[in-house]
Design a protein around this ligand. Structure first.
Ligand SMILES: [Zn+2]
Length: 314
């Protein structure tokens, strides 16, 4: 292939859209960010992306293919039934962007799945063929790679690990309607909620009582210093992550679990708690998966989207 051809990875979020231009060898040449204009049902989002791609490539003949990550379920065909964050519904953004780029091949996937693909290709999962990526942010998302292929699933929902039910004692419904989802406990929101619950139901002294508005980071920092309420919060919340990993091992038997998202900044401390519970519960496996941190941070999505474009194109 011509050396001045480019692949683009695009990660469309509710407020910002990240773009990455890669050469045919997969080297990231440039990354940048634009605002996501969600006005008028998100109709300007794709034209703005097309404009950026054209501005970089100069000529559409230099664009080999484009991959796009979208914050919602995406079918393998690129079809999106509903994407609340962007105001989209019942259309195919991959086909639409391809039309705007005069027929350049465009492939789309869910944003957490794209991040999984990025980590598989250039991050914490490099060299593995079967892996599960979990992103612990405001909520919990994920992605699954089996035999070097991203799993989309029947309705684009593969990797929605946040809504596996792990906590049988939960009394408040998740935003999906179930009780006890992983999303309700191993997310930043879930960790804060658990800490607040413990603070309100017992009188143990805790530095967390002084915090003005509690964050997951406060909880981890206090736990690392031995604060009893914080320690119990983290053990419970991240214990449920380990339990989810054991459940996933019985279904998928991955080589690696990659943990990303803002909460993963707690680092090895978090991994050790997750590992302990995972290893206690993954009773069938004598070759337990490695549990590692994600390496690409916020760039995972553009890497993964570009990789999807490269793989689909060839
Ligand atoms: Zn749920």
């Amino acid at each position: 292939m011509n050396n001045n051809k480019f692949f683009f990875g695009v990660d469309i979020g509710g407020t910002a859209t990240k773009l990455g231009a890669f050469n045919v060898d997969g080297l990231l040449l440039k990354k940048w960010e634009i605002q996501t204009d969600i006005a008028e049902s998100g109709t300007r989002i794709l034209p703005n992306v097309a404009k950026e791609i054209l501005a970089f490539a100069q000529d559409l003949s230099h664009v080999a293919a484009v991959g796009v990550g979208i914050p919602g379920p995406v079918l393998h065909s690129g079809y999106v039934k509903r994407c609340v964050n962007l105001g989209w519904g019942d259309f195919n953004p991959a086909r639409e962007l391809s039309a705007l780029l005069h027929g350049v091949p465009v492939f789309a996937g869910n944003d957490a799945n794209m991040a999984a693909m990025g980590e598989y290709w250039q991050g914490g999962g490099k060299g593995a063929h079967n892996l599960v990526f979990l992103t612990l942010g405001t909520g919990v998302g994920g992605g699954v790679i089996i035999n070097d292929h991203l799993v989309f699933g029947h309705a684009g929902l593969a990797g929605e690990i946040g809504h596996i039910v792990v906590n049988p004692d939960e009394t408040i419904p998740c935003n999906c309607g179930q009780l006890g989802c992983l999303d309700q406990t191993a997310s930043a929101r879930g960790i804060v909620r658990r800490a607040e619950l413990l603070l309100s139901t017992n009188s143990t002294p805790s530095v967390l009582r002084n915090a003005e508005s509690l964050t997951a980071r406060d909880v981890f920092d206090a736990a690392k210093n031995g604060d009893p309420i914080a320690c119990e919060t983290v053990r419970t919340c991240i214990g449920f992550l380990g339990k989810a990993m054991a459940m996933l091992t019985n279904i998928l038997d991955p080589e690696v679990f990659i943990i990303g998202g803002g909460v993963s900044k707690a680092g090895e401390y978090l991994l050790n708690i997750a590992r302990e519970k995972y290893e206690a519960m993954a009773v069938l496996s004598d070759q337990r998966a490695k549990v590692v941190l994600a390496e690409l941070g916020n760039d995972a999505g553009i890497y993964g989207a570009a990789k999807l474009a490269m793989d689909s194109f060839q």
